[in-house]
Design a binder for this molecule. Sequence first.
Ligand code: FES
Ligand code: FES
Length: 161
Amino acid sequence: MNEKRILQLHVNGDLYEVLCAPNTTLLEALREKALLTGTKRGCDLGACGACTVLMDGQAVLSCLTLAVDAVGRKIRTIEGIAENGELSLLQKSFVDHGALQCGFCSPGFIMSATELLAENPKPTRKEIQRKLAGNLCRCTGYIKIVEAVEIAAAKIAGGAS
Ligand code: FES
Ligand code: FES
């Protein structure tokens, strides 16, 4: 039962048909089959959060998710976060407030924070810190990342989109 088969994955509103083995992870399917390389492979062990994507709106670690379990679900990756060709408010906030340096961790942080703001548009600093606790960054020291999420949340609460 190790045969590869074609899986249909719905990613960012598009349909991808990808040839996967039973043990192909969603991360591998996205990066190596669908060629959506915005989602990053850090540890491949569930420890760094770099591979975070949304599955039916919930943040999941794509390195710990089998591609076959993503069939029939709506997957959103960092490539699907921009709105009408423009960076999302959260993405702009990361850029404008120095919340990224090398940028390797940024897709994972932005996916986690996107889920947070969808569920809780007015998070406290503690709630932001708790939500992002599973995402690791080796460059920024985290403070600017948390501030960027706070600033984006304040703008959204103020009616910006
Ligand atoms: S690559 Fe998935 S958690 Fe690190
Ligand atoms: S900006 Fe480099 S790891 Fe976070």
